[in-house]
Design a protein around this ligand. Structure first.
Ligand code: AMP
Length: 139
């Protein structure tokens, strides 16, 4: 399988050098990499072979959970065709965790992609937000 860095040139508007440096690193030393390896604590609500779900440390709603792949993908725009099943698994896990936490009736699912998209931790993650009324458009 190709490393994620190999897909970088597909997106010419991205800061290529910066992303290359991240994706070429052998270890995932992001905050979320450390949570996956249990090097730092997290309030984990679900885990399986492919992903981990834990409560956001600065929740924006009564339920705010992050679902992350255990495989290192820095951001959604660096995912490739080979990640199709994993990305589907993440969304089905969102559904499962929403049911587990009693918010299946309605919730918001957010992926911030890249600095311009509001992403701050560069290990791809899905926000599951619920248990309060949602506004639209989002900020
Ligand atoms: P984003 O801005 O989309 O990259 O989301 C990153 C999220 O990670 C933010 O909502 C943060 O509050 C959350 N976060 C940062 N550090 C931690 C941590 N140690 N445990 C849980 N959530 C965290």
């Amino acid at each position: 399988m190709l490393p994620h860095g190999s897909q970088m040139t597909r997106s010419p508007w991205l800061p290529w050098k910066k992303l290359k440096k991240k994706s070429m690193s052998d270890t995932n030393d992001t905050l979320f990499g450390k949570i996956i390896r249990k090097e730092i604590p997290a309030d984990i609500v679900y885990e399986d072979d492919l992903c981990l779900a834990f409560r956001d440390i600065q929740p924006v709603a009564p339920v705010h959970v992050l679902i992350i792949p255990k495989q290192y993908i820095p951001q959604l725009s660096l995912a490739g065709e080979e990640d199709q099943a994993l990305l589907g698994h993440l969304l089905l896990t969102v559904k499962k965790v929403a049911e587990q936490l009693g918010i299946a009736e309605g919730y918001r699912v957010v992926i911030n992609n890249g600095e311009k998209g509001g992403q701050t931790v560069f290990h791809m993650h899905v926000h599951l937000i619920g248990d309060r009324p949602m506004q639209w458009p989002p900020g």
